[in-house]
Ligand binder design. Sequence first.
Ligand code: F6P
Length: 374
Amino acid sequence: MTKYVGILTAGGDSPGLNAAIRGVGKAALGLGMNIIGFRDGFRGLMNNRTIRLDSEQLSGILTVGGTILGTSRDKPHKMPVGDRVMDMTDVMVDTYERHHLDALVCLGGGGTQKNAYRLMKKGLNIITLPKTIDNDVAMTDATFGFDTALGIATEAIDRLHSTAHSHHRIIVVEIMGHNTGWLALGSGIAGGADVILIPEIPYDVEVVAKAIRQRSRGGSRFSIVAVSEGAVSLPVAEKIETLIALKAAAKSSDEKSEAKAAIKALKREHSDNTWKLSRELEALTGLESRVTILGHVQRGGIPSAVDRLLGTRLGTACAELIQEEVFGVMVASQGETAVPVPLDKVVGNRKSVPLDHPWIKTARQVGTCLGDEV
Ligand code: F6P
């Protein structure tokens, strides 16, 4: 019997998404399935906005950045509708049933895995793929988008070197990655940053300044500081820990919302951390400092060969799993193989950089300061 498959992309876009859509789509068509795309993530599933994915639509998209389906950060259970926020999961279940779908493929990062899991709990046949430039999805060695972003951030650090050197300046370059440091650490090592600050290692600004002063004394009167957007100083890390403990120990809902609000306020305050760090380093070292925020440029443009390969590999494996009726799983990359892992093992488990990860040791061995010791 012909199988009917829906596919959507949700959360932040990332290079390699179209390669994955093409991988799922072409392999599914090859197996005699029918496939439709939903536009703009879970919102398209709610509004039943679809796009037919035939071989014509799927051709010519392998090298294209972004997602031909469009995406959004909308969550099924907290959907802004007019001026209200509503739980629209049942409406999405209706759309799934209206199309007589046998499976829904959701391509996304940690948030999408969670949202897809919610739909799975409502009885839908869900299968997911891991995408994000942050590389922070649990149970998979890699997520598509990371390699391209790593290349972009590395090239930016390369380019910042000559201008920092010419002006004898510090350049603090902010790199995406949400609450994990994969992107900053990887590009920092590959680009030869002098200091790399990641969320997993809270930093001491005095230590960073000392490392920069040491370089100056050694004749290198410039420094590149690669800072992850989620990196925090030691005092901020302590405050966050206290608030998280308060939230966990809260006895009443009032206490819990108070702690939640305090965490939110702290995060807001932290949003201009890179600028603050730059000012502090200027004051502590006597060197001029400039800030470069790479931002969404890291998510744009042509996907790297590695991301195209990964997206295609996981996408085609996904179609095979649908054929075998394996649902409630994420198709993970483990070594050279694509492995189905139960969604409940993925959801709620962020993959941070382990403190004993070889990249951390490598960075230290080439003399890079990680903000905790010179
Ligand atoms: O998750 C990918 C990511 O690019 C993060 O690195 C970053 O924190 C976030 O998305 C930015 O989100 P938005 O595109 O919604 O501004």
